[in-house]
Design a protein around this ligand. Structure first.
Ligand code: BEZ
Length: 239
C-alpha cells in the first residue's frame, strides 16, 4: 500500500488530553470509559487479535501480574477488534489449556473490550494501517485518576510488551505526581530522583551555592535527591 493511502486523518489522543470517552461491552459486562474508573489509574491496552501467540503470552502475563497493578490503584482494560464470543472462547482456552513459562490455569478477570466496529480502536489511534488495517497495534494508554492521558506507548504486532517497564513507568508517574520530582534514565523505585530546575536560571544557579539538605547538584540544571523505597511505596494522598 502506498504511504499516502495510510495517512487518513485520524484524531488521536495525545499526552495531556482528556481520555476520549466511550461505552463498550466487555468480558466483564458493559463499561462507561473512563468514567467508571474515576479515581484510579487505568492502563488501556490493545492487542492485534484473539487466538494469537504473542497476545496470549501478554494476556497471561498481565493476568498473573494484575494484583501488582491493583496494588498501585491501577485498573487494566484490554481491547481487540474481535467480538465478545471470540474473547470468551480465547480466555477459556488460555485458562484450560495453555501452560507458558511458570504460568498455568491463568484466569483473566480484567475487562476485555469487544470492538468489532473498531470504534474505540480508531478513537485511540490503535489502527495504524501501515502496520495493519484489520488489527490493532499493541497500544498502551496510561490514564490518570482525573481521566487525563499521561503516557502512550505503541509496539508493532511482532513485539510482546515488557511488563516490568509498564509497571515501572506507572510508578514513575505516580511518584512524579506525589513528590513533584522527575525520574532519570532507567530509574527504579528507591533510586535518586531529579529535583526539577526552578523557574529561572538565576534561582537554579542559587541552588548550586545554597544547596538544600540532601540535594546533589551535578550542574545548575541537574540536581537529584534521595527518595526512599518506603517513600515511593507510601506516597502522600493527592487531592
Ligand atoms: C500475535 O499476537 O502473535 C500476533 C498477532 C498478529 C500478528 C502477529 C502476531
Amino acid at each position: 500500500m502506498e504511504q499516502s493511502q495510510h495517512t487518513e486523518m485520524m484524531s488521536v489522543p495525545r499526552i495531556g488530553d482528556k481520555a476520549p470517552e466511550f461505552k463498550a461491552i466487555t468480558t466483564q459486562g458493559a463499561i462507561n470509559f473512563p468514567g467508571d474508573y474515576t479515581g484510579k489509574w487505568i492502563i488501556l491496552f490493545s492487542h492485534p487479535a484473539d487466538f494469537t501467540p504473542v497476545c496470549t503470552s501478554e494476556f497471561m502475563t498481565f493476568a498473573k501480574r494484575e494484583p501488582e497493578f491493583t496494588a498501585l490503584n491501577c485498573q487494566l482494560v484490554g481491547l481487540s477488534i474481535d467480538g465478545l464470543y471470540s474473547h470468551i472462547a480465547w480466555l477459556r482456552t488460555i485458562k484450560d489449556k495453555i501452560e507458558f513459562k511458570d504460568m498455568k490455569n491463568i484466569e483473566v478477570t480484567f475487562p476485555l473490550i469487544e470492538d468489532i466496529t473498531m470504534e474505540v480502536a480508531k478513537k485511540y489511534g490503535m489502527i495504524q494501517p501501515g502496520e495493519s488495517s484489520t488489527k490493532a497495534v499493541r497500544g498502551v494508554f496510561y490514564i490518570d485518576p482525573k481521566g487525563m492521558v499521561r503516557a502512550i506507548i505503541y509496539y508493532p504486532l511482532s513485539t510482546g510488551r515488557n511488563f516490568d517497564e509498564l509497571k515501572r513507568a506507572l510508578i514513575a508517574m505516580q511518584t512524579a505526581d506525589a513528590y513533584a520530582v522527575a525520574t532519570p534514565a532507567d530509574w527504579q523505585p528507591g533510586d535518586d530522583v531529579i529535583v526539577p530546575p526552578a523557574g529561572s536560571c538565576g534561582v537554579a544557579k542559587d541552588r548550586m551555592e545554597n544547596k538544600e539538605e540532601g540535594v546533589t547538584c551535578y550542574d545548575w540544571f541537574f540536581c537529584t535527591k534521595k527518595l526512599s523505597l518506603e517513600q515511593v511505596n507510601n506516597p502522600p494522598k493527592i487531592k
